[in-house]
Design a protein around this ligand. Structure first.
Ligand code: SAH
Length: 385
């Protein structure tokens, strides 16, 4: 089995955030390369555990089982058959071809790609485990989800180690109206200029995602510590190694003072944010309160504002959005030394807000194209003593 061998691994990530994930991977001491929506690296079963446990901005960690060219179903069958399935899948494993995807390729009928690939894996396992060909394999054990992607006739066969996406940390009640995904919120905090010694305010905090992710980053709480992963059921994943990694992660949690405020006009959201923060273990370092963003004032020297205000497709009608963004601009204008990071899909945001962003970054919130408008605070002159 594969446990100690080096495998080709990929962290999938929302387009636009690859560099953030790559930086996280490198911070774990793992060399990596970036492609569109992907960060590629190598590692053994422990690497799979570590990256699932620690990566904040990625979606999933997958094993690249193999890659080959195929323009016919025969080539697809032979290519899948040739892969080393027995070192991943024990006898009894469930192995759905959970996803087939074809882009710019001769083979494009996705159900057929799935069926042929399944047949090839079955045949390989029957041969390896000396099972008669006519009798179907029993799939009663742990699940190993296989994906087959074709791009310009190149087939990539993957095994998903994560299970439900990494954005699910396990702390959020699914009740917020239009919450940002946890991995996107974490990524935005990681690419912002916020550091734990600076005040942070999210004046449209909703379910509290930005504040909670920021606090988890500051306290060094591993994002995967409170959830489970598909690989945990796999027989070649050493449970004790994973327990040890989680133990180390628990010990690595830092206690430190933080100045994080989340506010929202909707009192129910504030309550929800508080509950989520409690489950995430960061309620003691975040203040949540009910407040209109128009009432935001601060005399702190500098800090970071992060906001994911309502936008047209989601929560408010156009007129109210125009007014809200305009008032936002007026409210934030006096805070010249504060940096602001505002995420919205409204392409007219800057005009309504009243100031052009220093930098804009295109991102995707699910399938919705959004922009992160970044305004950097003026440098604060330090007084000499
Ligand atoms: N990022 C949040 C979602 C934000 S949705 C999350 O992850 O859950 C936008 C939020 O802005 C909503 O919760 C809404 O109640 C709030 N909101 C709308 N108008 C507001 C205003 N004038 N002042 C403060 N909050 C407002």
């Amino acid at each position: 089995m594969k446990a100690k061998e080096q495998m080709n691994l990929v962290a999938t990530v929302a387009a636009g955030l690859e560099a953030v994930t790559a930086k996280e991977v490198r911070a774990l001491g793992i060399d990596c390369q970036v492609e569109n929506g992907k960060v590629l690296f190598q590692g053994d079963s422990k690497t799979i555990m570590t990256t699932n446990l620690w990566l904040r901005s990625a979606d999933r960690i997958k094993i690249i089982v193999g890659e080959f060219q195929a323009k016919t179903f025969e080539e697809l069958f032979q290519g899948v058959f040739a892969l080393d399935w027995a070192s991943y899948l024990p006898l009894g494993a469930k192995f759905p071809i959970a996803k087939a995807k074809s882009v710019k390729s001769k083979l494009h009928n996705e159900p057929s790609i799935q069926a042929i690939s399944k047949k090839a894996v079955v045949k390989k396992l029957q041969a390896h485990y000396h099972r008669p060909e006519g009798v179907p394999l029993q799939e009663i054990g742990a699940e190993y989800k296989i994906e087959v992607h074709l791009l310009k006739d190149k087939v990539t066969v993957l095994l998903d180690t994560t299970g439900s996406s990494l954005f699910k940390r396990g702390y959020r009640e699914e009740k917020g109206l239009a919450p940002i995904k946890e991995n996107m919120a974490a990524a935005i905090m990681l690419l912002s200029n916020w550091y734990p010694d600076k005040p942070l305010i999210d004046p449209t905090c909703g379910s509290g995602t930005f504040c909670i992710e920021a606090a988890m980053i500051a306290k060094n709480i591993a994002p995967g510590l409170s959830r489970s992963f598909a690989f945990e059921a796999w027989d070649w994943m050493d449970e004790q190694v994973f327990e040890q990694l989680k133990d180390e992660a628990r010990k690595a949690i830092k206690d430190l003072p933080l100045d994080i405020l989340g506010s929202d006009i909707d009192a129910r959201m504030v309550e929800l944010a508080k509950r989520n923060a409690t489950v995430a273990g960061v309620a003691d370092v975040i203040t949540f309160k009910q407040m209109r963003l128009q009432d935001l004032k601060t005399d702190k020297i500098n800090g970071v504002i992060v906001s994911n205000p309502p936008y047209g497709e989601r929560l408010l009608d156009d007129k109210s959005i125009d007014i809200l963004y305009n008032e936002m601009g007026q409210t934030f204008a006096p805070l010249t030394t504060w940096s602001k990071f505002i995420l919205t899909s409204d392409e007219g945001f800057e005009a309504k807000y009243g100031t052009k962003a220093d930098k804009k970054r295109k991102l995707y919130n699910g399938t919705l194209k959004v922009d992160l408008y970044q305004y950097f605070g003026e440098r604060v002159r330090r007084h000499t003593i």
